[in-house]
Design a protein around this ligand. Structure first.
Ligand SMILES: [Zn+2]
Length: 195
């Protein structure tokens, strides 16, 4: 089950809203919520057995599905701010410590507040970067300027919805990736990265 790719769900306007598993996708098909499939991939799943004919039904699920209803998240336009999680943050920064530039595993990384929270810095995408334990400890309660004028290796940013969906899923298939990349911000660093 883990090996099955997730399905990219779009609202009626064609904007991507979330990843759903195949069971949720089948439910959407069964309740006639799916308008069309936009991906090039399809997956075949077994449905129930018909009580009279005793034949098994099959359901074909597209990799990208356009569904009825308009998602609320797009009514706020560019003000949409995705939930900040370490997983998405570390992926945004490519698992690099933005101070020393070395790459680490998830468990070896921390969320560093550029302006420390104890000094009024906030816990938002533009004030946080991925940092290794060592750098985070050395920086301590200082700003990068105070910490010997350290420069960040990348500018922290708020991912847009498509970028956030890209960061949420490690096993995006080709057509989904293409769909999301077309909706990245201009010059997005994520476009250069395929992991
Ligand atoms: Zn470091």
């Amino acid at each position: 089950m883990e090996s099955r790719p997730l399905i990219l769900k779009l609202d009626i306007t064609g904007n991507p809203t979330s990843w759903i598993n195949h069971e949720e996708a089948i439910r959407l098909y069964a309740s006639d919520r799916v308008v069309t499939s936009l991906g090039t991939e399809t997956f075949l799943f077994r449905g129930g057995t018909n009580a009279i004919t005793r034949q098994r039904s099959f359901i074909e699920v597209g990799s990208i599905i356009l569904t009825r209803g308009r998602s609320k998240i797009y009514q706020h336009g560019d003000e949409f701010v995705p939930h900040l999680t370490n997983r998405a943050l570390f992926r945004r920064d490519g698992h690099l410590c933005l101070y020393c530039g070395e790459q680490f595993k998830h468990a070896e990384l921390t969320r560093d507040h550029i302006v420390p929270m104890s000094r009024g810095g906030s816990d938002n995408w533009e004030n946080v970067v991925t940092a290794c334990f060592r750098c985070n400890n050395q920086k301590g309660n200082q700003t990068p300027e105070e910490w010997g004028g350290r420069k960040l290796l990348a500018v922290p940013y708020v991912p847009n919805k498509a970028e956030y969906l890209f960061l949420q899923n490690r096993r995006i298939i080709a057509d989904q990736q293409e769909f999301l990349m077309a909706r990245f911000r201009k010059g997005s660093v994520l476009a250069d990265r395929f992991d």
